[in-house]
Ligand binder design. Structure first.
Ligand SMILES: [Zn+2]
Length: 84
C-alpha cells in the first residue's frame, strides 16, 4: 500500500534519478527503497522510462545531424547546378 512516506519518496524519484537530491534526502530515499518493494518497483519503472527518454533524445540528436548532412548535400547539388 502507498502510504504518505511512499508518496513523498515517489515525488522525489525523478530528482533522485537526475542526481538533484541533497545528500540527506538521497539517504532517506535509498533507505526507504531498501525496505519497500513497491517503491523499488516504482523507481525501476521510472529509471527505465528515463533511459528510454534519453535514448529518444539521442535518436533525435542523430536525426538532426542527418538533417544537417542532407542540407549540406542539397547545398552541394544546388551550387553544382549553378556552376554547370
Ligand atoms: Zn514505499
Amino acid at each position: 500500500m502507498a502510504d504518505n512516506a511512499c508518496q513523498d519518496i515517489r515525488n522525489q524519484v525523478m530528482y533522485y534519478i537526475d542526481n538533484e537530491l541533497s545528500e540527506e534526502k538521497r539517504i532517506g530515499l535509498v533507505s526507504h527503497i531498501n525496505d519497500c518493494a513497491e517503491c523499488q518497483e516504482y523507481i525501476c519503472h521510472e529509471q527505465d522510462l528515463k533511459t528510454k527518454i534519453c535514448q529518444k533524445l539521442k535518436d533525435n540528436y542523430i536525426c538532426r545531424c542527418d538533417v544537417q548532412r542532407l542540407k549540406d548535400s542539397i547545398k552541394d547539388k544546388i551550387s553544382g547546378f549553378f556552376q554547370s
